[in-house]
Design a protein around this ligand. Structure first.
Ligand code: GUN
Ligand code: ZN
Length: 370
């Protein structure tokens, strides 16, 4: 029900072209996964998400557990049916969300925190994360891990990978559904020996896929590249590699070049709501006065519904008038932009010209006044 095939290795970089088979369909990699935290991409219908070229979306254990609860989602026939998205879904384990809460108590077995609204004490550990994700029914589910802040000292990071490794084993034992692939998550902060240790230990557990976590926590692009460089050689070549929470277009391209296959980030949808649109010539802030009479599309080289039908001036007006259509049109464009970027990356890898593609994209993209 789940398989990964490495279709082609770029001749001049570590970039790879792959294909992931899941019960809800095929995913061509490298791929970007738009984020629907609460079981919805903000401002977009599933039809619109599909028209943007999405092959898989991400949703969150933590949020769906709090609201509406996995029991209700299960009763609705699982997350796919509940949200009317019939393609692959990946759920994150909650490891990242609970560790970013301001008030929490971390123990050897998991995390205690309080419900945002009711104040009720809730516990999330590897066992709970598996039960919730088994009930939600995503195609790919994630191990419960500890994502530590940046910077963290090496002593704390070492303790944390021990915990993450122990939890990974618990997750494997608690996992109940053969139609869901459970991915392990490599932690270890910015310390090469810890990344290596964590990757090697996880590898022994033989997960169907591996993620690199603990990045996109304020370390910056140079350290992100270094963490990926330090970790990638210790991941099996025949399994998918998912770089969690990444990122901007430049982060994604640099990481594809370093052998990563899957990415997710709230940036395209979040930026859409604050009027920032991605284009081949850099980012545009559409609330700026300069777009008031600009009757060109957001990006003349984009084929999305927004660019085919509307002008920058119209979007500028929608933001000014506080019309919610601004969020929808901008999200359509931004999500389409990200998915077109990875589509171009896949094509470039197949033709052994990934690095040249990356260089030319970044040159154009950086040329604009951001
Ligand atoms: N999302 C972004 N980073 C992480 C991480 O380190 N762990 C998990 N579970 N999710 C993430
Ligand atoms: Zn567009």
């Amino acid at each position: 029900m789940f398989s990964f095939e490495l279709l082609h290795q770029d001749r001049h970089s570590r970039a790879r072209r792959g294909r992931l088979q899941t019960p809800h369909g095929v995913i061509e990699t490298p791929i970007f996964m738009p984020v629907g935290t609460h079981g919805a991409l903000k401002a977009l219908t599933p039809d619109q998400v599909e028209a943007c070229g999405a092959q898989i979306i991400l949703s969150n254990t933590y949020h769906l557990h709090l609201k509406p609860g996995e029991g209700l989602v299960e009763k609705a026939g699982g997350l796919h049916r509940f949200m009317h998205w019939n393609k692959p879904i990946l759920t994150d384990s909650g490891g990242f969300q609970v560790f970013s809460l301001p008030k929490k108590r971390i123990t050897a077995d998991g995390v205690f925190f309080r419900h945002e609204v009711s104040g009720e004490e809730i516990f999330l550990g590897p066992q709970q994360a598996m039960e919730i994700q088994n009930a939600l029914g995503a195609d790919i589910i994630m191990a419960f891990d500890e994502c530590i802040p940046y910077p963290s000292d090496i002593g704390y990071a070492r303790q944390s990978i021990q915990k993450t490794l122990r939890w990974a084993e618990c997750c494997l034992k608690a996992h109940r559904r053969s139609d869901q692939a459970l991915f392990g998550i490599v932690q270890g902060s910015v310390y090469p020996e810890l990344r290596r240790e964590c990757a090697e230990q996880l590898r022994q557990l033989d997960f169907p896929g591996y993620a690199i976590g603990g990045v996109s926590v304020g370390e910056g692009l140079e350290l992100l590249k270094k963490v990926v460089d330090d970790t990638e050689p210790h991941l099996p070549a025949d399994k998918p590699r998912y770089l969690m929470g990444v990122g901007l277009p430049e982060d994604i391209l640099e990481s594809i070049e370093r052998g990563m296959d899957m990415f997710d980030c709230v940036i395209p949808t979040r930026y859409a709501r604050s009027a920032t649109l991605f284009t081949s010539r850099g980012k545009l802030r559409l609330t700026h006065r300069r777009y008031r009479r600009d009757f060109f599309p957001v990006d003349a080289s984009c084929g999305c519904y927004c660019c085919r039908n509307f002008s920058r001036a119209y979007l500028h007006h929608l933001y000014n008038a506080n019309e919610i259509l601004s969020a929808t049109l901008a999200a359509i464009h931004n999500v389409h932009f990200y998915l077109d970027l990875v589509r171009q990356a896949r094509e470039a890898i197949e033709q052994n010209r990934f690095s040249a593609f990356k260089a030319s994209f970044l040159q154009q993209y950086g040329a604009a006044g951001n």
